[in-house]
Ligand binder design. Structure first.
Ligand code: RIB
Ligand code: CA
Length: 317
């Protein structure tokens, strides 16, 4: 069983990753760091509280992450994709006083210190909170076993701009820091996660097997997300589960992803390339070694993905 701390900006695909983490017996979810990204931090924090309540898991701590990128700029949010509240048509009925009393990074550091060399971080939002954790306490963060990131786009277009993926574009300074300084780093980029599709048929199957309040909201939320994607990319066969593909990478599922190892940089100085992830895949280049070398997923087996997701999300009990 893997001990995982999820850094998220919940968000529809973050919600599916969180639900999978809660349902998969291979995952021991130690905590969730909730920062700005798809929507503002106040809402992502509230959403995680709400989802944990639906799951009957309010024992899992929610830690307040960042509210804006390291540049200090105002963040851009994406209500057009994730809905005003971040969960499509759902308006979480949680009173403000519940989410005003937030845990801070001391809780995060306690979780890591109490599980030395046994914690996997999966970061599926902007890299700001993760970078701040490394800035604040490198001594504690060096006890993290490994880190997985959903972010970047290699050799294919981005989604935030022609070249930049949303998590890296949202805070390229932080993304560049993580890529250059965090040890045992694995990136699951957009060129892979855009193939992590759940079709309406998959969602209907999950819905027929739903037996909890948390599972009951999967279908309305993913039906909403499907309509959004049909407008953005007419004809797409389903909804891309970016964050779930990154979480699953941390579970070493046989045959799911294939990797190459490269040094990664993120353009963060403005201009057309702002937020672009860069690695050297020119012909003749090969895998790198060393502490700042990153594993980058370049392929994903869709059959393995769907079959594992259905096993977990449609399981009962
Ligand atoms: O580019 C996709 C990523 O941006 C996902 O993590 C999504 O939730 C948003 O944060
Ligand atoms: Ca996300």
């Amino acid at each position: 069983m893997k001990k995982i701390i999820l850094f998220a900006d919940t968000g529809i695909d973050d919600f599916i990753a969180l639900t999978y983490a809660l349902k998969n017996p291979e995952v021991d979810l130690l905590g969730v760091v909730s920062g700005y990204g798809n929507i503002e931090r106040k809402k992502t924090y509230r959403n995680v509280e709400y989802l944990l309540e639906l799951a009957g898991r309010t024992d899992i701590p929610v830690i307040a992450g960042a509210t804006r990128p390291l540049s200090g700029d105002e963040p851009t949010f994406f209500p057009d994709i994730h809905g005003i509240e971040g969960l499509g048509p759902i308006n979480p009925p949680i009173p403000e006083e519940r989410y005003a009393n937030r845990s801070n990074f001391s809780k995060l550091f306690d979780l890591i210190k109490n599980n030395r060399h046994d914690v996997t971080i999966v970061n599926v939002g902007r890299c700001t909170s993760l970078t701040i954790a490394h800035y604040l306490s490198p001594e504690v963060m060096e006890n993290v076993k490994e880190t997985y990131l959903m972010g970047g786009a290699f050799m294919e277009p981005g989604n935030a701009t022609e070249v930049a993926e949303a998590n890296f574009y949202g805070d390229p300074i932080a993304a560049n820091y993580v890529c250059q300084h965090v040890a045992n780093l694995t990136i699951i980029p957009l060129n892979v996660t855009r193939n992590a599709l759940l079709t309406p048929g998959d969602v209907d199957f999950i819905d027929t097997r739903s037996d909890s309040p948390l599972e009951a909201i999967i279908k309305p939320i993913l039906d909403y997300y499907y309509e959004v994607y049909q407008q953005q990319e007419p004809g797409i066969a389903g909804t891309p589960q970016h964050d779930l593909a990154a979480l699953m990478a941390a579970l070493d599922i046989d045959g799911l992803h294939e990797y190459k190892r490269r040094e990664v940089k993120v353009a963060h100085e403005g201009g057309f390339a702002y937020g672009q992830s860069i690695a050297d895949f020119r012909p003749g280049t090969s895998n790198c070694f060393g502490p700042t070398c990153t594993s980058i997923a370049l392929e994903m087996d869709q059959d393995v993905f769907v079959s594992n997701v259905l096993d977990v999300l449609a399981s009962r009990g």
